[in-house]
Design a protein around this ligand. Structure first.
Ligand code: HEC
Length: 136
């Protein structure tokens, strides 16, 4: 009887790994990325990372640069995933900027998901270039 229970639960579990499971987790991660962005980043980088400033290269009255768009129209995609993750963790203060760091405010999966979310905002052409440059 015990064997039967173990066997049937093994079958049940293996059912979970069939079919679209990886797609489901990609979808969960995309949702986590969007939610994390909209909770923590949107106030400066604007919806879908479009940026709030008309010209992100023009200094604000306080002498600082505005938060740049993250959607592929600025230079985000020139930086490696590692360096973007450093910005998310440490913010911009080290480089004379004012973005706050999220090292302790976000979990590692949230940070990775938000980075993936930013990647997903870019036009396909830029994604391809980025992958060619930074991923195998
Ligand atoms: C208080 C405003 C503010 C918030 C909130 C904020 N940022 Fe930023 N972000 C900036 C500014 C300003 C810069 C430009 C560097 C600087 O001045 O620190 C920047 C730069 C960046 C860059 C580098 C962009 C590039 O083109 O090199 C990334 C990536 C980034 N932010 C991601 C995020 C993510 C992800 C979040 C949310 C978890 C976030 N930011 C929240 C203001 C903000």
């Amino acid at each position: 009887m015990k064997v039967l229970i173990i066997l049937s639960s093994a079958l049940f579990l293996s059912g979970c790994f069939n079919g679209d499971d990886s797609q489901d987790s990609a979808k969960d991660s995309a949702q986590l990325g969007k939610a994390t962005f909209e909770k923590n980043c949107v106030q400066c980088h604007a919806k879908a990372g479009k940026g709030l400033a008309e010209d992100w290269k023009a200094r604000l009255p306080n002498g600082m640069f505005p938060a740049p768009p993250l959607n592929g129209t600025a230079h985000t995609w020139h930086h490696s995933p590692k360096s973007l993750m450093t910005t998310i963790n440490d913010g911009g203060a080290k480089l004379g900027g004012w973005m706050p760091g999220f090292k302790d405010a976000l979990s590692e999966p949230e940070k990775q998901a938000v980075l993936d979310y930013i990647f997903d905002l870019w036009p396909e052409e830029i994604q391809k270039k980025y992958n060619a440059r930074f991923k195998k």
